[in-house]
Design a protein around this ligand. Structure first.
Ligand code: F3S
Length: 291
């Protein structure tokens, strides 16, 4: 049995930066006697969030802040997660005089900026992404009137006025192939839609790498958080090419039955999955199968 890793996998630049920021802030602010909160899940991985809790961070949810039931006091410190948050949350936090450290990934912040600029110059915004995902909710909250579509099917249902100009933006973790379908549809039907592909580089190389991996392996193990959008996309892409694809959060979820009699085991991990978790899974496989 051979374990083959995807060429690109695991922590992305944005997640690594957010975790780094947390450690620096905790060190500085704890010395000042301040409580340090993280807004929601810093990154979509429960293991990472659990570790941060153990280190002394407290979690506060957007819902608590919106309903006024949060524990935040003036002078407390809060770190905004890598996916960012909504304009309303920034406003409330500022009003409360909470000290904000912003770990919003630079790619997410750039989309937000583009959206605002494009609306100012008269574009109607169409956003392709999951409307329930925190990244999307955060970005579109900065717009005046944004139409969100999950995919090409939904896009076909919205009304696009031939006499107006539109700008199409995307979630950073969108499936590249789905975007290609959307692009070719719009290019053939609506010349008044400017398409700005905002899939981040880390997402793109991980998606290409998992496709390559799925084609040459007998089983693919995708490691990542259950709520992680980029992990789900990796799973979907792999599953398209290899039906023996399994999504697990850590070594406890690994079922040895999946690997019995298989020769080439592929492994990849979402952008918020720590290397340590992948190593534990590899070690478990090696331990069971003598690989
Ligand atoms: Fe940023 Fe892309 Fe990672 S948007 S958080 S580098 S998946």
């Amino acid at each position: 049995m051979e374990i083959i890793r995807a060429k690109h996998m695991g922590f992305c630049f944005g997640v690594a930066g957010a975790i780094d920021m947390c450690h620096k802030v905790l060190k500085d602010e704890e010395n000042n006697g301040k409580k340090v909160y993280i807004l929601g899940m810093l990154v979509h991985n429960e293991n990472v969030v659990e570790e941060l809790r153990k280190e002394g961070f407290e979690l506060v949810e957007e819902e608590e802040i919106l309903s006024g039931e949060d524990p935040l006091n003036p002078g407390d410190v809060i770190i905004i997660r890598a996916h960012g948050t909504t304009e309303e949350i920034y406003n409330i936090l500022n009003k409360k005089k909470v000290k904000i450290y912003d770990a919003t990934c630079v790619f997410v912040a750039k989309i937000r900026k583009t959206l605002v600029e494009k609306e100012k110059t008269g574009y109607n915004i169409v956003f392709i992404g999951d409307k329930n995902h925190p990244e999307v909710r955060g970005i579109i909250s900065f717009g005046q009137k944004v139409q969100v579509c999950a995919d090409l099917e939904e896009l076909k249902k919205i009304e696009i006025d031939k006499n107006k100009k539109y700008c199409l933006l995307t979630q950073t973790t969108l499936n590249k192939k789905n975007l290609e379908k959307i692009k070719s549809y719009l290019e053939n039907t609506h010349s008044n839609v400017k398409i700005l592909d905002k899939i981040c580089g880390a997402t793109q190389v991980r998606q290409e790498a998992v496709e390559e991996l799925a084609k040459v392996t007998d089983v693919v193990i995708v490691v990542g958080g259950k709520n992680s959008s980029n992990t789900k996309k990796l799973y979907d892409i792999s599953n398209n090419f290899n039906s023996n694809t399994y999504l697990i959060q850590d070594d406890k979820d690994l079922d040895p039955e999946w690997l019995k009699g298989k020769k080439r085991i592929g492994i990849t991990a979402g952008a918020s999955t720590p290397e340590e978790i992948v190593i534990n899974i590899e070690n478990k496989i090696r331990g069971i199968f003598n690989a």
